[in-house]
Write a protein that binds this ligand. Sequence first.
Ligand SMILES: Cc1ncc(COP(=O)(O)O)c(C=O)c1O
Length: 385
Amino acid sequence: MRVKLTLADLSGLPEGSFVRYTPIKMRASQNPWPIVSFKHVAAVMAETLKGDWSGLATVREFEARFKNYIGLPYALGFCNGTSAIYSALFALDLKPGEEVLVPAATFWASVVPILQFGALPVFVDCEDRQYGLDPEEIEKKITDQTRGIVVVHLWGIPSRIKEIKKIADKYGLWVLEDASHAHGAKVGDERVGRFGDISVFSFQTSKLCPAGEGGMALSAHLSLIEKMVLYGHYERIPELKTEFHGLAATGLGYKFRMSALSAVLGLVSLSQLDHWNRKRKERYEKLTSLLDPKKNGFLLSPAGTERVYYEYHLRYASAAPDQIDARIEALNRAGISAQRTRYPLLHQQPLFTSTLWREIAERKGARVPQDFNYSGSLPVTEKMA
Ligand SMILES: Cc1ncc(COP(=O)(O)O)c(C=O)c1O
């Protein structure tokens, strides 16, 4: 039976209702994401009809709701998570030749922007059974040039952020928390994204809170948010409390604002985030209970944390590479999208195994010592991948 719904009917759906609409291209797949609800469709239609597609009203509403959800006083929306990371590094005053401690198992945007400031990522090994930076390994890599640490809560598993924060405080380093995989995860009673000097989220379509493309930077420090405004949000410069109003007509050469249509998608996804995080947990636990723990290894969260479930990861205890490939193919044939680890380890990529990283950093003003290189290994990270 076909039911004709008007925009008013759709907009009137109560908070949290999940009338589900599956786009045609996704019907064949058994694990579609995002779950497109009629609330998304209605909200985009309503936003479109407003006509203010580059306006900030809906972006500001999304910023306000998201910062309340995380529990921080300030948030700034971005066109994607990558531009939020660039802006954060600018606000944290990263300079040529300085070093930033980073994981190797992450999406490139957590790490590569550092080179564009003439600064140098220094890869640190991760913990066994999860991909978070190992606090002990962090201390071994700190030098006179170290200025900060990028912490990534990979696949929704919180890193040991409180211990890492303590180390950062001890050595006077900043922490940039990349929570792009972990919307809603908790450490104790606090949501991840609350711990860094700046935290960054991505709302790209595959993420737990999808908005098409979009990002957000959050902080407890207004001064850091204001520097990020200066970097890529010229239209907000007149609102700044700092003395930079003279830059309102030019900005500093970047334009990073979030689209109103992304913001409205993000608002709906945020209203559904806890629901889908619960569903993903239930499904993860059910699937895991069906698998033999002797043959399969699972990523584990550190004690006292509540993870979320961005992707399902399995480590075979003993399987030849061709057996793994055969299993991946079988899953894909069954309509379940599966693959080997999605992020190739960054320290093994041509950007770092060739001299390209050095050329970029030096062009941006670094004087890189001759003996600085990326030839070392990260035994735990490499074993995990
Ligand atoms: C860990 C991590 N950081 C940063 C980003 C960058 O976000 P965006 O794709 O929105 O630029 C991503 C996106 O995939 C990511 O996975």
